[in-house]
Design a protein. Sequence first.
Length: 266
Amino acid sequence: MSRIADCFAALQAEGRKALTTFITAGDPTHAATVPALHALVAGGADILELGIPFSDPEAEGPAIQASSERGLRSGTTLAICLEMVREFRSDDQKTPVVLMGYLNSVLAMGESAFAEAAAAAGVDGLIMVNLPPEEATVLRPALRSRDIDLIFLAAPTTTPERLKMIVEVASGFVYYVSLKGITGASNLDVDAVAGRLAEIRAETELPVQVGFGIKDAATARGVAEHADGVVIGSALVNTMADHTDPDARNAALGEQVAVLRHALDG
């Protein structure tokens, strides 16, 4: 089993929900990323998403767009992201790490070369926001042969036919985008999310995590009643931006995640 599958199996056995956290690699500096990842785990994160900085992150709201710009200014490339994962793995062999970004970066490296490098670094999953399932014919088997999950997105606008296609090729978990819009939006309708999650569960046994629009403990807990886990991104990215002192930043991240963890477990 992959680290992601192991994580969800352990959480299910404990009757708990997954807390997945997102920050952008190299934001605000290279040196900030790995300590921040460890701080998130210490606070209670189950799965780590690490964003690959990209110049045109079209699905992202202002907070994550700004974090991507800061990551690019610090000179963060896909290869450096992989080095960050490798460094994280020197102290943490358990926590799943998922890279999230846009296909352009992977194509520039080469899909097979990326899959090999990601496996060597200790990457467990990949989310490519602009990769439709029918365009994954090279990347998906390259990742699968190295036990890396290719995670796909489903959205409120996803048709039943499209959903069937997505779950047939997805692995790790299904990432449900909770609203029509960008990351960091605040118009989340928990009841609508619950209805869509029921439809997804009817099509797959994969865990379903919900992201976009989950900003605080109350929203996270409400969504987690219907999902296998929640993804928190913009709120944590804002914390990264708000603290210039590394120790204060990491302490704030840990405290923020601990509050979310308590809400999910409560």
